[in-house]
Structures are given as C-alpha cells and as structure tokens.
Design a protein around this ligand. Sequence first.
Ligand SMILES: [Zn+2]
Length: 202
Amino acid sequence: MGFEEVFPRSLKEALEGVMKIPTYGERGAVRLVYNLLKLSPEERISVIESLRKAAESLRPCRECFLLTEGDICPVCSDPKRMKRFICVVEESQDAYTVERLERYRGVYHVLQGRIAPLEGVSPEDLTVDKLLERIERNRVKEVIIATNPNAEGEATANYLIRLIRDRFPKVKVSRVSYGLQFGSLIEFADEVSLEKSFENRK
Ligand SMILES: [Zn+2]
C-alpha cells in the first residue's frame, strides 16, 4: 500500500484549493483544513456554506472597490456622504475599522493591497489609476491616506502623496497614522487612537 492510497484524495484537493488563496502556503492550508476538520460535520458545512455565500455575493464596488453585495457600495450610494473627501485604505477591512467610529462622512478608496516590491506588487497592480480618475471627476478637495503604519504602508502613502500633489496641486493630501504604533496594523488599532489620529490629521 503506497502513500497515494493512504492520503485521501479529497484532503489533497482541499489543501491545494486553500493554497490558491494569496498568502496561504502549505502551512496555512494545513492549519485551516485540519482545524476545520476538528469541527462537527454540521459545523463544517455551515462554515463552508457561509464562505460559499460570501464568495458568490461579494465583489468590489464599481466606484471605490469596497466589498459589496451590489454594484455600488452603500457608502458610495449614500447621498449624504461627501464625495469630495476620499479616505484611501489598503483593504476593505481597513475601511470598516474607520466606519465603525461613525465619525467619517466622506467616501473611501480601496487600493486592494499596498506597494510591495519584494512581492512584485507595484502601483499598477493597485487601483491607483481609478483613484486619480475619481479625484478629477469628483473635484475632490481632500484625500486622506490611511494605509497601514508599517514600512510598506508608509512607502505606499509617500508614493500616493507625491503623485497626488504632483497631478493635483490644489487637492489637500493628509496622512493619518498619528497615535498608531509603527508596525501595527490599522485593523488592530484601538478605536480611540484611530479617532485621535483622525482629529490630529494635518
Ligand atoms: Zn463604493
């Protein structure tokens, strides 16, 4: 009896499937799949079912790339939100962190990542072109860069600040990272320090 017969085919396929998710290597896939299998069969199916629903219904907003179940996200379609203020974040979860404060009345722009030369991620891989197009089309007054306060987030922020100041000298560009600990991720920042960082922005 060889390894092929011992190692279940469905397990092999599940691990290979998870490894298609960005940043999930073999170790990540092993952790996810083996831990999932510790749940009862009913619980497993319910987890998978919720993932299936999310996979089927979520897509990036046509305007700001925030994950949404429709074509346009609730923020962009809200007439009360100020379209001339754009808060730039790396991922949708960063926008939700800001949104939870219920203080920000502008709109968002999700970059879908950050500039990471070591991983081969350049500005062209992000939604930068669409951001510039929105700044122009909506005659934006202020862009608030809220990328994560780590090395890559800072580099991305500096790149965007230079680009926007160059193309749109009249647009105010500010960086929020005040009160956030360098190296920590914005999604883990406690809400008070994030709130302060919004109040302190220059
Ligand atoms: Zn949107």
